[in-house]
Design a protein around this ligand. Structure first.
Ligand SMILES: [Zn+2]
Length: 470
């Protein structure tokens, strides 16, 4: 593994250790003190953006905005517009999209751009790739957030015996699941990254050698590894298992517990810097609100109350000054807890994430109208069967196909699953399309999209359907 700029990377990591201390102090603060910090950071960010970013400077002028700015005065930015106006958003004019793309094409490890920036891009699972550049201090904060997650899982820097932390993530250093561990593997922690796209036999062999203390990966990958352990080919004993990047089902949690016995954590994160970590006390994932602000809103961008499922979220990073991320639209549908957590942390919790709103499919209603079926409805039905280990819903022009991976000996529930799903669709007002159930041993094809698969796949042109519902 190439390790250029070793000294610089070490400086970034040392800074991250100091930041981590500060972050951990926030976990003991009362809510009011956290909100004051958010407000101070927000004021600084909005002030900076309207001075240094051409787009926000122009906007503040055109709208006649006056200080102190309010977040609600700023426009909502979807991924497409964000990337179209990238060159006007960044606060360092040297960071044009074209130049960053050129740089990214040459990245093979932890290289800096202009000796100052690390550049990431998203997997593009929602259709639009986003590019994010972090300056060195901003990157140290990303590292500090990652250390905070590790300490919540019981691993501290400077511990005498550095435990092995193995992440099975994206195969690309342009993605944070690969880049963060790579940038931090220089002394304090022992990080390894294995590509989720590698053949399972190869991963099994490497894991047997590495013997991870913490094992992190996409839940779909963890499910495969549980099977390998049951079959006796994999022989590891991780004390902590953490899933992220896809929903972590109750069933997988049980399997991991019965096979490895350690703690299981669910982690949520986006490359734009939004992070949340499962609380072991009261359930749900605490959002790192000292680093960002999350607004849960409906389809028309109106805030929804805590405890209610939103259609999407708007994220504002409180620590991104190179490339302001302000009211940035993320298509995850989530519910935040209405009550504070019994653990005493001031951060609000995500109680549920029910897929992405671009996974909504449209079925016929009785009058020829279109009925939107959100992924949450499939999740509701399929999650109620303990024997279903993984699933995929495929929407073809002539109906729905459910591909289910079952625990052994439970193939006879296929009929019941089909009936329950048809019942659910009828209650939503959709006339029943043909629904077929396929039992499969794997949901395969992990070669694309970083080794993840999509739970909902549509082979039907959505543009007409969306228009018909309006
Ligand atoms: Zn808690």
């Amino acid at each position: 593994m190439a390790k250029p700029n070793r000294l610089r990377r070490l400086e970034d990591l040392v800074r991250a250790v100091a930041y981590r201390q500060t972050l951990i102090r926030h976990e003991y603060w009362p809510r009011t003190k956290l909100e004051e910090l958010q407000q101070r950071r927000l004021t600084k960010l909005l002030d900076w953006a309207t001075r240094k970013s051409p787009l926000y400077r122009e906007l503040a002028g055109a709208r006649g905005m006056t200080k102190p700015y309010s977040l609600q005065d700023f426009p909502i930015m979807d991924k497409k517009s964000y990337m179209e106006r990238f060159d006007e958003i960044v606060t360092d004019p040297r960071l044009s999209l074209a130049r960053l793309q050129e740089h990214m094409a040459s990245v093979s490890g932890d290289e800096y751009y202009l000796g100052e920036y690390r550049v990431l891009t998203t997997a593009g699972s929602s259709g639009h790739k986003t590019v994010i550049a972090f300056n060195r201090k901003e990157w140290s904060l990303q590292e500090a957030a990652s250390m905070r997650i590790a300490s919540m899982m019981g691993v501290l820097p400077f511990s005498r015996k550095r435990p092995q932390i193995v992440t099975i993530g994206s195969p690309s250093p342009l993605h944070d699941s690969y880049r963060l561990p790579l940038s931090m593997d220089i002394g304090l922690y022992r990080y390894h990254v294995l590509p989720a796209t590698a053949p399972v036999e190869e991963l099994v062999c490497q894991l047997n050698t590495l013997q991870p203390y913490i094992l992190r990966g996409f839940p779909s990958m963890l499910g495969l590894l549980v099977t390998e352990q049951i079959l006796g080919r994999l022989d590891i004993r991780p004390c902590v298992v953490a899933g992220g990047g896809e929903p972590l089902s109750g069933e997988l949690r049980k399997q991991v517990n019965s096979v490895w016995g350690g703690s299981v954590f669910d982690i949520y994160g986006t490359q734009e810097g939004l992070r949340a970590m499962e609380c072991g006390v009261d359930g749900g994932m605490h959002i790192f609100e000292d680093l960002g602000i999350v607004e849960v809103v409906d389809e028309d961008n109106r805030p929804v109350p805590d405890g209610t499922l939103g259609h999407k979220i708007l994220f504002t990073s409180l620590v991104g000054f190179t490339q302001p991320v302000i009211r940035y639209e993320i298509s995850d549908m989530m519910v935040l807890a209405a009550e504070p957590c019994a653990c005493g942390q001031p951060f609000r919790r995500i109680l549920a994430i029910n897929g992405r709103n671009d996974d909504v499919i449209y079925l016929e209603g009785p009058g020829g109208n279109k009925v939107a079926v959100h992924p949450v409805h499939f999740w509701d039905v399929l999650e109620s069967y303990e024997a279903i280990r993984q699933y995929q819903v495929i929407h073809d022009p002539d109906g729905l196909r459910l591909r289910l991976v079952f625990a052994e000996g439970n193939g006879n529930i296929a009929r019941s699953v089909r009936e329950q799903l048809l019942h659910k669709l009828r209650t939503l007002g959709a006339t029943c399309p043909s629904v077929s159930v396929e039992l499969v041993t794997t949901l395969e094809d992990r070669s694309g999209n970083m080794g993840k698969w999509k739970n909902i796949v549509s082979n039907v042109d959505k543009s007409e359907s969306v228009a018909a519902t309006r």
